[in-house]
Design a protein around this ligand. Structure first.
Ligand code: UDP
Ligand code: MG
Length: 167
């Protein structure tokens, strides 16, 4: 069954120059990349993305981590992979959440670490099921940034919508 999955290369992955390695590893899945962009993560986006962890003691550090404040890299790379069993394939390559428990050959096992404050710096985010993938993809991307139609969408006309344009 074809699925979409949100992948984030987290600020530690960018700081350690792992983008190429991670994309090469993910290419083993033979999945299709249907969207990709660099994102400056607002506090609002970070909190919404991790809202299911709001009560955890590491929540505040996690928000700082995904916003890049721990790595002086205020950005993440967001991608959507699409294809058969996309979630299982990407999570297998990512490895366990705790990088010390992740198999050594996985992305997190190879490149992750636990900070002294206890946050798992595990280099990438991968949605863990279809419902989560849909919620996250709708949070991180607009329909016109994705080259396939993943979910039902509508056309809207926005008046007085302020955006940047080339001079
Ligand atoms: N995390 C952490 N400590 C924990 C559990 C999670 O620092 O005990 C962080 C880690 O960066 C993880 C993120 O919170 O990737 C989201 O946690 P989740 O349980 O969703 O794990 P994932 O789906 O990323 O494997
Ligand atoms: Mg998760």
């Amino acid at each position: 069954m074809n699925q979409a999955v949100l992948i984030l290369i987290k600020p530690d992955g960018l700081k350690k120059s792992l983008t190429g390695n991670i994309l090469t590893r993910l290419s083993e899945t033979k999945l299709e990349i249907v969207a990709a962009k660099m994102v400056r993560v607002s506090r609002q986006l970070a909190e919404e993305h991790y809202k299911h962890l709001k009560d955890k003691p590491f929540f505040e550090d996690l928000i700082k981590y995904i916003q890049g404040e721990l790595h002086d890299r205020r950005k993440v790379m967001a991608l959507i992979y699409w294809g058969k069993d996309a979630i299982r394939k990407c999570r297998e390559l990512a490895g366990a959440t705790n990088p010390e428990e992740a198999e050594a050959t996985t992305i997190r096992g190879s490149y992750g670490r636990i900070t002294t404050s206890g946050v798992y710096e595990n280099v990438i985010h991968v949605s863990s099921n279809e419902a989560e993938a849909e919620r996250e993809i709708k949070l991180w991307f607009n329909p016109d940034e994705i080259i396939v139609d993943l979910y039902p969408q509508k056309e809207i006309v926005e008046k007085e919508y302020k955006r940047k344009a080339w001079t």
